[in-house]
Design a protein around this ligand. Structure first.
Ligand code: MRU
Length: 371
């Protein structure tokens, strides 16, 4: 694989190995220092890679989990010839992977879809079920590329040449297979001479903006400026930001949106300065079953990420209490538009999201899918 340096940004973040026996990911905990690809086949390693953010970002987590469940099926098939036992153990593997992170709904979405595909093949024998799961995992992965590209096209209609765009966390190609979601309009704009000026929040405490967004955008030759999270108001007040675009981990049925911690603060600032605030959301990130943001489970992580990580010496007293929610919920009223692969949704989101759901269901029916 190309090492991604010197403008060579041509890598896939998540893939199935050519022999179909392992998950191939970029270990994102090593970036920006090292672009290293690792191969995982053991379920424990795959779950740990998701929990430890070696692979992260809602769409990439979904694709990794889909491939992970196929690999579990492959392993189970080596010792379970009867379908009953195979499906019992597949159900356990699904639960095991799903417990790795709670907020990004793509994880559940991908695992449910994989399990539904397997169930649809019941009665054809274990090897046929496993083959169908491999095809489904590859479809989920390929769809991610296409979906992100369409989000890019739709997002670009909201922007003008030379504009300043602020983004938070990393909703870039490292969070997906390619293109990213929030960054997709930026990459397409880059190809078409839009010359955007991008401001990337560093995104405490895990620094996805500094380590990942500023890395991948600068590798791609985009004009990117890194700022600390507490500088967003300052750059907005200077008139340098024309639009904010972030990704998301889960959109509730009323448009409330969970994304990386700090996003809701950026949305409040954007509202204050009269700057449009957009969420880029593949439909796999929309949770039609959760009515409002209050129903979204927010992951809490270790206080060491605040006190110790990145520092030579602890930067807080050992005994001090911490609170480290990994995500927050942005109220739907602060969101100017939700950029999906189907188009840009506008408020009121309970209505536009319901219409989108009907459209997706009609599309599935047309294709004869029961998933
Ligand atoms: O904890 P992370 O790094 O997985 O959080 C990622 C985000 O919050 C992203 O903005 C979101 O998943 C969208 S990625 C296209």
């Amino acid at each position: 694989m190309a090492d991604g340096r010197n403008g060579n940004n041509n890598f896939d973040t998540v893939a199935l190995s050519e022999d179909g026996r392992s998950l191939v990911i970029i270990d994102q905990t090593l970036l920006p220092g090292e672009l290293k690809r690792i191969e995982l086949s053991d379920q424990r390693d795959i779950r740990e890679a998701i929990y430890k953010l070696k692979v992260r970002g809602a769409p990439a987590i979904g694709v990794a989990a889909a491939i992970g469940l196929y690999l579990a099926a492959l392993e189970i098939s080596e010792s379970a010839e009867q379908e009953d036992e195979f499906f019992r153990r597949l159900g356990e593997a699904k639960r095991y992977l799903q417990e790795s992170r709670p907020t990004a709904v793509n994880l559940k979405w991908a695992l449910d879809r994989m399990y539904a595909r397997a169930s649809a093949e019941k009665g054809t024998g274990v090897p046929a079920v496993v083959s169908a799961m491999r095809r489904e995992a590859e479809t989920i992965r390929n769809e991610d590329v296409e979906v992100c590209r369409r989000i890019g096209e739709n997002g670009l209609t909201l922007l003008k040449k030379g504009q300043g765009i602020l983004t938070h966390c990393n909703a870039g190609r490292l969070a997906c297979v390619r293109y990213g979601t929030a960054t997709a309009p930026i990459y397409l704009g880059q190809e078409r001479g839009y010359a955007f000026r991008v401001f990337a929040d560093e995104t405490r405490p895990l620094l996805q903006g500094a380590r990942l967004t500023s890395y991948e955008l600068s590798e791609a030759g985009v004009d990117v400026t890194l700022i600390c999270d507490n500088m967003a108001s300052s750059v907005m007040s200077r008139g340098w930001i024309d639009a904010v675009i972030t990704g998301c981990d889960r959109v509730a049925a009323n448009g409330d949106t969970a994304n990386k911690i700090g996003t809701s603060g950026v949305a409040i600032l954007a509202d204050h300065y009269g700057i449009p605030f957009y969420i880029a959301a593949p439909s796999s990130t929309i949770d039609f079953e959760t009515a409002t943001g209050r129903g979204i489970v927010i992951e809490e992580r270790s206080g060491d990420e605040i006190k110790k990580m990145w520092y030579k010496e602890p930067m807080a007293p050992e005994a001090v209490k911490t609170y480290n929610p990994a995500f927050d919920v942005t109220d739907a009223s602060l969101i100017s538009g939700i950029i999906t692969e189907y188009g840009v949704l506008r408020p009121p989101y309970d209505v536009s999201l319901r219409k989108l759901r009907e459209k997706i269901e009609a599309e599935k029916k047309r294709k004869g899918e029961n998933l």
